[in-house]
Design a protein around this ligand. Structure first.
Ligand code: ATP
Ligand code: MG
Length: 368
């Protein structure tokens, strides 16, 4: 049988050491692409417009990692199946899906490097999600704090999927043999569950899944609400003053920061317990600038909150302005559809292979 690996050096030998005059000709070297060894997976729910918390805790991390991790293939998705764990308006959902996709690109995600896709367009997510439900125990699901927190806000009844969606999240990750999962602090518990489910399945049926590691930002893994700084900033929160949206009017952003809840102490100091509002604003500032929290405490040692907030507002506006510009360039461009189509195709290829393997291990269907 002919082997490409053996043939290649022979071919190269023929053109080796050309006679002197040919030296000026460009020597054709085989293109050596870096060998992809690892996979990174992450997603964001299109449950509303994206917040500054999503940007600092997730999007900004993806962009940083895409340049850092050369040997890693990225799968970043819009988690629309996760969105329907709570009621969604059809038109709003459609808009939000596209908006999240465009924001990924606007924040700097490189479609050449990253497979960007919509979760529901890769049916294997739901299929493996069901297998993961059949791997997890109800008790494990009931312990998830996100479930406990979110179910209290449900007026129309708590959907079953709100309880079981961590199994779908496990599937999202395990389908692609993800090694790295960049997420905010609030997803730690779900990632731990994913690891347990992967190990449980592997123990029962033999090596099938890679056990993933979480990647958490050093600063900004949990940006807090501007109105209730003990709570997380969240896109589905009721009060629009509690969050900064990446697509908020720049003037509105300045006002939201100006009216952010602080304390009466007047000292710009990082103290999570006694000054959660100021601690949160310092975290946002440090995440979006070259300053560390320590640097900022020094810089504003003699300032009042008004000056500190004014400067922070400019830092936030400067970070968001170019994102908005890019967003409006891409949101109605058919290029965005091409990116999503290509991303889904690549994702489907890997996901279908993995699902087949899982079905086989379980004895499902007629797969030998
Ligand atoms: P929802 O209110 O619908 O739960 P959300 O704002 O919490 O929305 P998710 O879609 O649940 O957003 O999370 C997307 C990603 O953003 C996850 O990696 C999550 O950890 C991260 N993230 C969400 N909120 C924050 C925050 N306040 N600070 C840092 N990271 C965050
Ligand atoms: Mg959330």
């Amino acid at each position: 049988m002919k082997s490409v690996g053996i043939d290649k050096p022979k071919t190269l030998k023929k053109v080796e050491k050309p006679a002197a005059p040919l030296i000026t000709e460009p020597v054709v070297e085989p293109v050596v692409k870096p060998v992809v060894k690892k996979t990174l997976v992450s997603g964001i729910k299109p449950t509303g417009q994206l917040t500054l918390g999503n940007y600092i805790g997730a999007l900004k991390q993806f962009v940083m990692l895409q340049d850092e991790l050369e040997d890693t293939e990225f799968f970043i998705f819009i988690a629309d199946l996760h969105a329907i764990t709570t009621p969604q308006d059809r038109q709003e959902l459609k808009k939000n899906i596209r908006s999240v996709a465009a924001l990924y690109i606007a924040c700097g995600l490189n479609p050449e490097k990253v497979n960007l896709f919509i979760q529901s367009e890769v049916a294997e997510h739901a299929a493996l999600g069901y297998i993961m439900e059949s791997t997890a125990y109800i008790g494990e699901m009931e312990r998830m704090t996100q479930y406990k927190d979110k179910k209290v806000n449900q007026v129309e009844g708590v959907r079953t999927s709100l309880l079981t969606y961590p199994a779908l999240m496990a599937a999202d990750i395990l389908l692609y043999d993800a090694n790295v999962v960049p997420i905010g602090d609030d997803q730690k518990q779900h990632l731990e569950l994913t690891r347990n489910l992967a190990m449980r399945f592997n123990n029962a049926y033999g090596e099938t899944f890679v056990v993933p590691e979480g990647f958490f930002p050093k600063t900004g893994a949990r940006i807090k609400s501007l109105t209730e700084p003990l709570k997380k900033m969240e896109k589905s929160a009721e009060n629009p003053k509690s969050y900064i949206l990446l697509l908020d009017d720049l003037g509105l952003i300045r006002n939201k920061i100006k009216s952010a809840v602080t304390d009466s102490d007047g000292v710009v100091k990082f103290d999570l317990k006694n000054k959660p509002g100021i601690a949160n604003l310092l975290t946002i500032y440090a995440s979006l600038s070259e300053y560390s929290i320590k640097d900022l405490e020094k810089k504003y040692e003699k300032s009042n909150y008004a000056t500190f907030k004014e400067d922070l507002a400019e830092v936030v506006v400067d970070a968001i302005r170019p994102i908005q510009k890019k967003y409006f360039e891409i949101i109605n461009d058919s290029k965005l559809d091409d990116i999503l189509t290509a991303g889904a195709e690549r994702a489907r290829l890997l996901a279908s292979r993995k699902l087949l393997k899982v079905y086989k291990k379980l004895g499902l269907g007629r797969i030998r």
